[in-house]
Write a protein that binds this ligand. Structure first.
Ligand code: E4P
Length: 246
């Protein structure tokens, strides 16, 4: 399992790269909206410059901000042209209000653009995105769980369950990951990213359930490495050595 950082914050990105904790970065328009107002592309260019300075060529996912397929294709091409970054993945949502975006995924993939098909909530969405050519397919781990209990979606949930579009186990993200790995077996190049991660235990469970990559906030990413007994052991080594050389 690889750990990515889910952030558009330049300070966090720099610290996570310097700390050697992450092997890629995912962003989305909501994460960018937490940053000071400015140009979307200029901000992404700064992230690319940090990645270039890092020199490992880590993956960066940048999302389109349109619901129209032709606009998405245009934006994706512009990202590729302006950002000039070999490991740039363009994030395309799997669908929106009944409209499929897998045609966009296929078109961009055929053009040689790396696609991260995002906002997936079911094993079938993940496997269809991979079949359409996506290199990365993103499952929103905790948002799936939220979907089982949010009262505002009670009617939609009931309708999907009654129509047998989903079953109760489809609200368990670990189950989704296990099933998706089986369904994705023919699409060797596709990697599952588990996003919408809220704790260190989510990172571990998503990885064990089959996510190739887990993308988490800076806080969670940092917390994966912290342990009070590690601090105790390292503190003692330093203290004992200091006593010995004095
Ligand atoms: C993943 O690619 C998304 O950026 C992200 O993890 C969304 O999750 P959240 O908004 O529920 O945290």
């Amino acid at each position: 399992m690889k750990l990515f950082l889910d952030s558009a914050n330049l300070g966090e990105i720099k610290d996570a790269l310097d700390g050697g904790m992450i092997l890629g970065i995912t962003t989305n328009p909501s994460l960018l909206a937490k940053e000071p107002k400015g140009s979307y592309l200029a901000h992404m260019e700064t992230i690319v410059s940090l990645l270039k300075k890092d020199r490992r060529g880590l993956s960066l996912s940048v999302e389109v901000f349109s619901d129209k397929p032709n606009e998405m294709v245009k934006q994706a091409r512009e990202f590729v042209k302006k950002l000039k970054y070999k490991n740039l993945a363009v994030k395309i949502p799997v669908s929106f209000r009944g409209q499929s975006y897998l045609g966009v995924v296929r078109q961009l993939s055929e053009d040689g653009i790396i696609v991260n098909c995002t906002a997936c909530m079911t094993p079938l969405q993940l496997s269809m995105a991979a079949a359409a050519g996506a290199t990365f397919v993103s499952l929103f781990y905790n948002r799936v769980r939220d979907g089982a209990k949010e009262t505002e979606y009670e009617a939609a949930r009931k309708e999907m369950l009654e129509r047998k579009d989903i079953e109760p186990a489809d609200f368990n993200p670990n189950n989704i990951l296990r099933e998706a790995r089986a369904l994705l077996a023919p699409y060797q190049k596709a990697e599952i990213i588990a996003g919408s991660i809220r704790s260190v235990l989510d990172v571990k469970e998503a990885g064990l359930a089959g996510a190739h990559i887990v993308t988490a906030s800076f806080k969670t990413t940092k917390a994966t490495l912290a342990h009070f007994k590690t601090d105790h052991a390292v503190g003692n080594f330093l203290k004992d050595f200091q006593k010995w050389i004095e």
